[in-house]
Structure formats: structure tokens, C-alpha cells
Design a protein around this ligand. Structure first.
Ligand code: CAA
Length: 292
């Protein structure tokens, strides 16, 4: 394993993305403060890291002692005030602009002037988030993919005021985590979700309209397009609430009805069917882990 260019980082939010990001930094030698104001969420995030590390150990790609060391480098906390002397803070809280702006204002007040504040937002404007701080030149989008420990891409998004120095620092940081940075401009959904979400949404429309069954739709995309998993299984992995939030941002931000969220997706979210994390989405994860 290589060495992260930063020795101390903070990750805000211990959900699906946050715990994966924390694990990744810790796997590359960084001391990570993992903050979540929700105690239960923090516990689940730490358990997810332990579960993921155990999978690597079982597979034989990570010695048990190394897994223990990675886990020991992650320090959980429920207090955002604990974030102090970090060189980089990565925010991965819920996809709501008000929540993110509040977190950024707090980070701005607490972190040293040189600290880079990155957001893992999957679609919200970096420029709008940066405007909640007095350091817009040191605010940047650092968009990891799920599952973070496995996926090689980090989409790097430059806000209106992001400096060249910040871009270069986050490029170097991404490479030091053995991931590939790709630059995108600050438009709704950037590249990844501008392309991915319409596909997922269209798959849900196909299901709603009875074009094919759930398994039929996913099999077409897996065997016909060589996707590692079908769009409905992928939506479950991402979280149906997250997919809906991203589609709303695309719809509103780009003003085109082609991004209107499918009513069936809305209905599932309203029913609490959020995908893998809630035990049920398009697939059922309670009985046996879903294999699309
Ligand atoms: N930690 C550690 N290991 C993990 C893991 C995790 N979190 N998740 C899966 N694995 C390992 C498994 O243990 C397994 O190992 P072996 O092959 O040695 O048994 C391996 O990964 C493959 O897992 P599975 O057999 O369970 O399933 P799979 O072969 O389908 O692979 C996958 C799983 C890597 C997730 C693959 O299906 C895949 O690449 N899917 C597409 C993921 C994708 O598109 N992600 C992007 C989502 S979009 C996003 O994140 C951005 C956004 O803003 C919404």
C-alpha cells in the first residue's frame, strides 16, 4: 500500500460513502477522525469498516495485523468540534444543500486557514457550498464512488473560486490513494451522475411500465452491456433516496424534463424502501444478500 500525502484528515458523515472514504484514507496510512453527530450512525459506520476489512483479510489481500492497524487509525467522534489540526476535511453528509452549508460554515470556523475542505457531493453545486465559507479557493469537490475501497475513480470538481493549488493538491492526494482523478466542471451531477442517473431512472420507468421484470431489466444490462451489476441492483447499492435526491438536483438545475424522477422511485422512497442499507429496495436483502 502507498502512503497518503496527508497525515491527518477528517471525514464528516459515517454513512455508506463516509465510512468507505475513512477506510480508504486509513488504509493509506492517514490518521482519520470520523465524525457523525448520530451515535448509531457512527457505530454502524465503524462496523461497516470492520466488515469491509474482514472481507479483504478473508480474501487474503490484507494481513490481519494490517487490518487492525487500519481500524486503529480511524478515531470515531460525535463532535464536529473535535476537528482541528487536519490538513484535509472531506464532507459526506446527506445530499441536502442546507445541511452541507452548515457543516462547511462550522469546518471553516474550526479548521486552520490552510486546511482544504472537500465535499463528496454527488450532484450539488461546489460553488454554492463554498459560499458558506470564507475560503472558497480551498473548497473542492472530491467525489468518490461506491464501494469506495474498491472503485478507482475520484471525480474532482472545481468550484467557481477553487484555486489551481487546491486542484493540484487534491489530484496528488487522489493519486496517493491509488485512485484515478478525473476533472469535471461545476454543473449539476457533474459527469458521473449526469450520465448514470438517467440510465437508472429509465430502468425504473421500464419496471413501472412493465417493459420487463426486475431481473429481466438487470440481466439485459449485465449480459447485453457487460455492466458488473444491473441498474436496479446498482440503485439499491447507491440508495434509492440518494438516487431521488440526485435526480431532483438534475431536474431543477438543468431544467429539462428528461431528468424527472420516475413516480415508482418516489413511491419506494416514500415507503422507506431505500435499497441495501434499509434491507429492501428493488431487491430484498433481509432473507439472503441480493445477487442480481
Ligand atoms: N469492501 C471490501 N470488499 C468488497 C466490498 C467492500 N465494501 N464490496 C465488495 N467487495 C468484494 C467482495 O468481497 C468480492 O471479493 P471476491 O471477488 O474476492 O469474493 C468482490 O468485491 C466482488 O464482490 P461480489 O462478489 O459481492 O460482487 P461483484 O462481483 O458484483 O462486485 C462490485 C461488487 C465491486 C460492487 C461490482 O458489482 C461493481 O463494480 N458494481 C458497480 C459499482 C458501481 O457502479 N459503483 C458506482 C456507483 S455510483 C457512485 O457511487 C456515485 C454516486 O454519486 C451515486
Amino acid at each position: 500500500m502507498g502512503q497518503c500525502v496527508y497525515q491527518r484528515v477528517a471525514v464528516i458523515g459515517a454513512g455508506t460513502m463516509g465510512n468507505g472514504i475513512a477506510q480508504t484514507f486509513a488504509s493509506f496510512g492517514a490518521e482519520v477522525l470520523l465524525v457523525d453527530v448520530n451515535e448509531d450512525g457512527l457505530r454502524k459506520g465503524v462496523a461497516a469498516i470492520e466488515g469491509s476489512l474482514a472481507r479483504f483479510v478473508k480474501k487474503g489481500t490484507l494481513p490481519e495485523a494490517d487490518a487492525k492497524a487500519v481500524r486503529a487509525r480511524v478515531r470515531p467522534s460525535t463532535r464536529l468540534e473535535d476537528v482541528r489540526d487536519v490538513a484535509l476535511a472531506v464532507e459526506a453528509v446527506s445530499e441536502r444543500i442546507e445541511v452541507k452549508r452548515k457543516v462547511f460554515a462550522q469546518l471553516d470556523a474550526q479548521c486552520p486557514a490552510a486546511t482544504i475542505l472537500a465535499t463528496n457531493t454527488s450532484s450539488i453545486s461546489i460553488t454554492e457550498i463554498a459560499a458558506a465559507t470564507k475560503r472558497a479557493d480551498r473548497v473542492i469537490g472530491m467525489h468518490f464512488m461506491n464501494p469506495v475501497p474498491l472503485m478507482k475513480l475520484v471525480e474532482i470538481i472545481r468550484g467557481q473560486e477553487t484555486s489551481d493549488a487546491t486542484m493540484q493538491a487534491i489530484h496528488a492526494c487522489t493519486s496517493s490513494l491509488d485512485k484515478t482523478p478525473v476533472e469535471a466542471s461545476d454543473y449539476p451531477g457533474f459527469v458521473s451522475n449526469r450520465v448514470l442517473m438517467p440510465m437508472i431512472n429509465e430502468a425504473v420507468f421500464c419496471l413501472m411500465e412493465g417493459v420487463a421484470t426486475r431481473d429481466g431489466i438487470d440481466t439485459v444490462m449485465k449480459l447485453g452491456m457487460n455492466h458488473p451489476m444491473g441498474p436496479l441492483a446498482l440503485a439499491d447499492l447507491i440508495g434509492l433516496d440518494v438516487c431521488l435526491d440526485i435526480l431532483e438536483v438534475l431536474h431543477e438545475g438543468l431544467g429539462d424534463d428528461k431528468y424527472r424522477p420516475c413516480p415508482l422511485l418516489r413511491r419506494y422512497v416514500a415507503a422507506g424502501r431505500l435499497g441495501k442499507k434499509s434491507g429492501k429496495g428493488f431487491y430484498d436483502y433481509d432473507a439472503a444478500p441480493a445477487k442480481a
